[in-house]
Design a binder for this molecule. Structure first.
Ligand SMILES: *[C@@H]1O[C@H](CO)[C@@H](O)[C@H](O)[C@H]1NC(C)=O
Ligand SMILES: *[C@@H]1O[C@H](CO)[C@@H](O)[C@H](O)[C@H]1NC(C)=O
Length: 396
């Protein structure tokens, strides 16, 4: 999903009243899974009389927004069936001068689209985000978001998306929690509001679903692998990577890899994907014939999970300076409802710019703690985590 959003580059300048907080770490439980839901999301309670909404956690986009019923504009082409009634702010929530610094920053990011404030709507902050297969129109709302039940809340600016094209029939989520590097994002606002003191995001996506998301926590487990963050276009990236299956390098050149929790599967460029699939076929042997599955493209049948574990060897992504991400078989396979085992790594030709980068999606990051440390410009990860409970150091 995130792969499709156009850049939002902005500076957030003081906008909001401060809500003091004693604790500086926020940990939220995650719901959802890679298959069949296709999203990991948090529940956020929004509004003066808080109502729950599901927001997809997305480290690949900056602006937080949700599908929204605008009192004057309605909800045009909104997804027909959501789990919750559409967010419906008061007109007073939508009052933000188009000249406001926050709006100005947001609009500059969306270069090319309506960069000027329209005369007819100077008291609202309208935006349009374009993605390669559609658009969303919205207006910035400032409203209360409750974290940790109802006891801690914060005024946050986020998008009220009143027009989404193309229109979708259903979605398991009401919107997106933008966790990108941008300053119009969610975490910089938590910092401004003194809810957290460090711009550090961590997520642990449970293999069987669930997990947790943390803000402000300085993880210092010994086994974490750290890599310097290289700003690659819009995304969090540890730089160029080569792909290795059971130690064998699949393709001779490296390609930029990015971490994107808003994408469910992992995508690799076709020039790497094709030899990868061949190597996998050689690895499991010709006696295992490919089968068709409605849900994923590259699937096989096996007698037992033990056979799967015996046949599928680990993958790894190798970055500069011998830094590696180990990807056990269970992090690149999906067991489908048709009882097939399918690759959770897909052909980059299916997504925009998929020939230029490796997009590391949720499937690969399952049961890993992944840390985006914007404070120190580092990305960290560690395998074999119990994502079912927050890290012991978290204080709720
Ligand atoms: C998010 O904002 C940052 C900082 O302004 C910018 O570098 C990046 O391109 C934006 N990312 C996306 C996905 O829009
Ligand atoms: C990946 O996509 C390209 C372009 O559609 C196609 O030629 C290629 O065969 C695909 N690779 C695999 C292994 O399916």
């Amino acid at each position: 999903m995130a792969a499709m959003w156009s850049p939002i580059i902005a500076l957030l300048l003081l906008l909001l009243p401060l809500v003091p907080s004693s604790s500086s770490v926020i940990t939220l439980p995650l719901h959802g899974n890679v298959y069949p839901v296709g999203h990991y999301y948090v529940t956020m309670k929004i509004g003066k009389h808080p109502k729950p909404y599901f927001l997809d956690i997305d480290t690949g986009s900056n602006l937080t927004w949700l599908e929204c019923h605008h009192q004057q504009l309605g909800c045009q082409h909104c997804t027909r069936h959501l789990k919750h009634p559409h967010y419906s702010p008061q007109l007073s929530n939508l009052k933000m001068e188009c000249q406001h610094k926050y709006c100005d920053a947001l609009r500059k990011d969306l270069a090319g689209n309506n960069p000027q404030c329209p005369h007819q709507k100077p008291h609202q902050c309208h935006y349009q985000i374009q993605y390669l297969d559609g658009t969303t129109d919205g207006v910035i709302s400032i409203d209360t978001i409750s974290l940790r039940g109802n006891e801690k809340s914060s005024f946050i600016a986020f998008g009220c998306g009143y027009n989404q094209l193309p229109q979708k029939e259903t979605s398991p989520v009401d919107g997106i929690l933008g966790l990108g590097m941008g300053t119009v994002g969610f975490v910089p606002q938590l910092m401004l509001n003194k809810m957290i003191t460090k711009n550090i995001i961590g997520h642990c996506l449970g293999k069987d679903g669930g997990g947790y998301l943390s803000f402000g926590e300085q993880f210092d487990l010994e086994r974490i692998t750290w890599a310097p963050m290289r700003k690659y276009e819009l995304f969090y990236s540890p730089g160029q990577a080569t792909l290795h299956l059971n130690g064998q390098q699949i393709y001779k050149h490296g390609v930029n890899a990015v971490f994107d929790s808003g994408t469910c599967y992992t995508y690799i460029p076709a020039r790497i994907y094709n030899p990868f699939v061949h190597t996998v076929q050689d690895m499991i042997g010709s006696s295992h014939r490919e089968v068709h599955d409605d849900d994923l493209p590259q699937c096989w049948k096996f007698k037992s999970i033990d056979e799967v574990k015996r046949l599928f060897k680990p993958l790894s992504l190798q970055f500069h300076n011998k830094i590696a991400m180990h990807i056990p078989a269970m992090n690149y396979l999906i067991h489908t409802r048709s009882n097939n085992w399918c690759l959770a790594i897909l052909n980059g030709t299916q997504i925009p710019d998929g020939d230029r980068r490796i997009l590391i999606g949720d499937a690969t990051m399952r049961d890993m703690l992944v840390i985006y440390d914007n404070q120190h410009g580092m990305l960290g990860w560690v395998n074999n985590q119990q994502c079912t409970r927050p890290h012991p150091a978290s204080r709720l």
